[in-house]
Design a protein around this ligand. Structure first.
Ligand code: TYD
Length: 392
């Protein structure tokens, strides 16, 4: 493994602070990113125990975004048209955004965050509030193997990929389909989206790295769909190699070609990326300094885990950003970890008290710009750091 990026000491990204705990010392870890030249996997070097991140207070709920709801609806349609769906398992079922599109008898959710698992249990969807592993796989599929296993934005959060894929291989029927969805490394590197790296995102997958891992488990990708979610993701359709029911589509070859052309198999690409990250930090800080000199009111929009990496790496605190708006009830009246910026309950942006907005949830730019069109019409501006920091 070759380290190529050092994002400094970082707090746990989703550990939003209560006011009474503001003076308490926060747990921090060294956020460094490395490249494995053997299997092309990009991962963070130091990991945080999973129980510290995924517990009964996990704040993120997928259903709160219209963009995500639409994405899951489209996928459901595609699945129902193309695949057998008598028995589906979802790994990382969150608040049920995917499960709810299927009938209760045909799906099982796995969600270790108890506060989220409760939401689907309460509406009678079978949900195991446990971490996905071989023991759980045996319990769920003792009598019948799954036709389809789905997992979105979850595998990148799990350190032991061997255990994960062993369990998937065990529980998937020979004719079954595995659909994985995670942020794309190609998009992350192209967009200088270094905020994809934080404690929970242990891996950011490329197709070429995923192919290498799957190969160890006799699994292979037969189709890839590029998505706009999470700043650019890939949805991988995977089967057992012995399953000859699906042909490998050109989308796989094309994605591999794009990645190789860009250089995702070479450490030099990542070293170049690291240089761009340093420049991005300087540029972003200069924008904030200039705006503050003009005494403008700057707030943040979307107190994302991604913002945590940016704010702490660039050392942006409440001297620059007065507060963040966010729609997530759990985050309201808490403070962002490390930077300790207050999060307020979302209100429509108003030019009377806000001049400029740092877009923490840049991955929802279209949805947010639509919502805030009045603010934009009246001359309200946004600071966006992707692909390069600027005011728009
Ligand atoms: P997201 O970018 O999905 O995740 P991560 O934390 O993994 O980086 O989080 C989006 C956040 O932005 C979430 O806290 C909700 C908030 N948000 C708003 O406040 N308003 C909005 O209109 C949207 C789309 C999101």
């Amino acid at each position: 493994m070759v380290k190529f990026l050092d994002l400094g000491l970082q707090p746990l990204a989703n550990s939003y602070l209560k006011k009474k705990n503001l003076n308490r010392k926060e747990k921090k870890f060294k956020l460094e990113v490395a490249f494995n030249s053997k299997n092309y996997l990009v991962s963070i070097v130091n990991t945080v125990p999973k129980e510290k991140m995924f517990n009964n207070m996990y704040p993120y709920k997928s259903s709160e975004s219209k963009t995500m709801q639409k994405s899951f609806k489209n996928l459901t349609k595609k699945i129902k048209q193309n695949f057998k769906t008598d028995f589906i398992i979802e790994i990382g079922s969150n608040d049920g955004i995917f499960l709810k599109n299927f009938n209760k008898q045909s799906v099982v959710g796995v969600e270790p965050c108890k506060n989220l698992a409760k939401l689907t249990k309460n509406i009678n969807y079978t949900t195991y509030s446990e971490y996905w592993n071989i023991k759980l796989a045996r319990k769920i599929t003792k009598n019948k193997k799954a036709d389809l296993i789905y997992s979105a934005n979850t595998l990148s959060h799990i350190k032991n990929l061997n255990e994960i894929f062993k369990a998937i291989n065990y529980s998937l029927s020979d004719k079954g389909i595995l659909i994985l969805e995670d942020p794309s490394l190609l998009k992350c590197i192209k967009n200088v989206a270094y905020d994809q790296f934080y404690c929970e995102h242990i891996y950011v997958f490329s197709t070429i790295s995923l192919k290498n891992i799957l190969n160890n488990f006799d699994l292979e990708i037969f189709d890839i769909q590029n998505l706009s979610t999470h700043g650019g993701s890939n949805r991988y359709f995977i089967k057992k190699k012995i399953n000859k029911n699906f042909q490998i589509k050109n989308s796989v070859k094309n994605e591999v070609k794009k990645e190789i052309k860009f250089g995702l198999q070479k450490i030099s690409t990542f070293k170049k990326f690291a240089k761009k990250v340093k420049k991005s930090k300087i540029k972003l800080l200069n924008i904030f300094k200039k705006l503050k000199k003009k005494k403008l009111n700057i707030i943040g929009y979307g107190a994302t885990a991604k913002s945590c990496t940016i704010l702490n790496y660039c050392k942006i605190g409440d001297k620059f950003i007065d507060y963040f708006y966010d729609t997530t009830s759990y985050k309201i009246n808490r403070y962002l970890p490390g930077s300790k910026i207050l999060i307020k309950k979302y209100k429509k942006l108003n030019k009377k008290n806000v001049d400029i907005v740092f877009l923490g949830a840049w991955n929802f730019k279209e949805e947010i710009f639509k919502k805030e069109k009045d603010f934009i019409k009246k001359g309200g501006k946004f600071i966006i750091h992707i692909p390069t920091p600027k005011i728009i």
